[in-house]
Design a protein around this ligand. Sequence first.
Ligand code: SF4
Ligand code: SF4
Length: 350
Amino acid sequence: MLKMAKTDLDAFVDALVKASYVVLGPIQEGEATKFGVVGGEEIKIPRLTTRPLKELFFPQDESLLSFDRSGTPDASVDTSGVLASDGISPRVALGVRPCDARALVLLDNVFASDDYRDPYYTLRREKTVIITFACPLPGVACFCESTGGGPYDETGSDILFVEVAGSYLVKAVSEKGKGLLQEVFPPCILHEADDEDIQAAAEARARGELPANAGVPIEAAAAILGHVDAFGDSAWEEVYKKCLGCAVCTYLCPTCHCFDIGDEVTGASGERIRNWDSCMFPLFTLHASGHNPRPSRKERFRQRVMHKFNYFVENNDCMACVGCGRCVENCPVNLDIRQVLTTFARRELA
Ligand code: SF4
Ligand code: SF4
């Protein structure tokens, strides 16, 4: 275990930049925070960025390829952008919270599985080292422990920082993280932690508490939602009612991953663009015939919840929620997924 003074965080970033890493950390964009390129200015680690970490790997929109048919009957196709060997530089994502790191492992089931490997996502994953900062003060909407994670969870991290008094204890979690620490950092920034530091970190971890309302009965809710009768449960008639269908919950969710692909063409050339999409939009399931199997907000809201706590579990053996609370904090009508889950948890299995 290593140790670093908190005041050396900027020097830590400078060392990464000097070693030719692109450092992505929390940055301010208007009223929101998100991950973006940092270096040369003071780093501030917020409790949780407004926008999720997933967009470093699965951007809101990206060009998959470009094409040109001018002067030839056959289109020439160029996929060299991101997929070129130098299309993505080695990167470090710094200041990640444990829920966002864990969400990446869930997304790997979709974009980096044995059945399908998305080359754009996997290239970014391979080129990125994840440095997670444990949460000393989880927020009022957090319920990560209910979903199997926690403020000190290491899942998905390559390196974990734990804040202790004026220092960070720095733990290499993966070989990738160990390699980075060995490659980049001089002993003047990182040095060996002593037994007292390790004891202090263990105590901080033991003291780490979640807010009183964080205990969401997810296992009980998932048992009901996984039941064969869940789809037709009468509770759906009520729980969705406040929903406006704005899709903020899905866009800010670190595990939501629906997308659409379209060609944007000007004259004989154009680009194939992948954009985030959302099951909360009516067009998402509209058939060319005009039929829509999810015609109202009720079916669309049910889809969001059932996908996270039933269908994803069936396909991947884990639920598609890490309890980050972003959907709770940012829903314009305070539709709280914790309350929806509690409603189901209280129902009897048929
Ligand atoms: S953020 Fe709230 S209102 Fe908007 S789609 Fe999600 S649940 Fe509905
Ligand atoms: S469903 Fe809500 S609490 Fe769960 S991971 Fe998504 S945004 Fe976070």
